[in-house]
Design a protein around this ligand. Structure first.
Ligand SMILES: [Mg+2]
Length: 235
């Protein structure tokens, strides 16, 4: 089976796509055939004339960012096969638009990327307990896709709680965790928690805090080296 990571967040807007795109670009630059997959996206916009998708279709900005970062592998439409307009949990967005939400396609959509990639980066929607309809949650999808979790957390006040809750939810479901990345989606110079958050998270988590990414920053050296080690494990 192809190797990969399932990128989840401690909240929405923590920078899952930003971090995943940095990882995709790093892998692609190393000559790795990197696949990118976003099982479902909501909050999509209608394609305009300069979009890679036909005008009038729904575009996921996340899918486009991942696809571009990975070097435009395969077809963009396959990066995120289920796209909805309303900024809601995907099954609720589908309902609001009178569209079907295909829970099988959430899983089988990965096959396309598994067949043509050395390493696949999957970006979940929302966090681990984002509902997917019925009793199902994003954590169930992560379990079925089978990749270890990479948890993206926001380095700001509240992140210790959010991160520990996410780790606890993953451990309770026996989902393997590759590690945590602290990201800075918006700079907060007046937030005194940012300096101490890494040490507190390390003190309370058994999984590794892999590194920190500054606002708009590149992948730090230790994260690049970590990713290359994971990539080389696949060969
Ligand atoms: Mg995203």
């Amino acid at each position: 089976m192809v190797r990969g990571l399932f990128i989840t967040g401690t909240d929405t807007e923590v920078g899952k796509t930003y971090v995943a795109a940095l990882l995709a670009a790093e892998l692609a630059a190393a000559g790795c055939r990197v696949g990118v997959y976003k099982p479902a996206a909501s909050g999509c916009t209608v394609a305009s004339g300069n979009s890679p998708l036909p005008p009038g279709t729904l575009v996921s900005d996340d899918a486009v960012a991942l696809w571009e970062a990975a070097g435009r592998p395969g077809e963009l439409d396959r990066v995120c096969p289920q796209r909805f307009a309303a900024p809601l949990a995907p099954h609720l967005a589908a309902q609001a638009e009178g569209k079907a939400f295909d829970v099988d396609l959430l899983r089988t959509g990965l096959d396309y990327w598994a067949a043509r990639s050395d390493f696949v980066l999957v970006e979940g929607a929302g966090g681990l307990l984002c509902p997917l309809g019925g009793r199902e949650m994003m954590a169930d999808l992560a379990a079925d896709l089978g990749f270890p979790l990479l948890i993206v957390a926001r380095n700001a006040l509240g992140t210790i709680n959010h991160t520990l809750l996410t780790v606890e939810a993953a451990e309770r479901r026996r989902l393997p965790i590759a590690g945590i990345i602290l990201n800075t989606p918006s700079p907060r110079p007046d937030d005194p928690s940012t300096a101490g958050n890494p040490a507190e998270i390390r003190a309370h988590c058994s999984c590794p805090l892999l590194g920190e990414i500054a606002h708009g920053g590149q992948l730090p050296g230790q994260l690049s080296r970590w990713l290359q080690r994971r990539r080389l494990e696949t060969t």
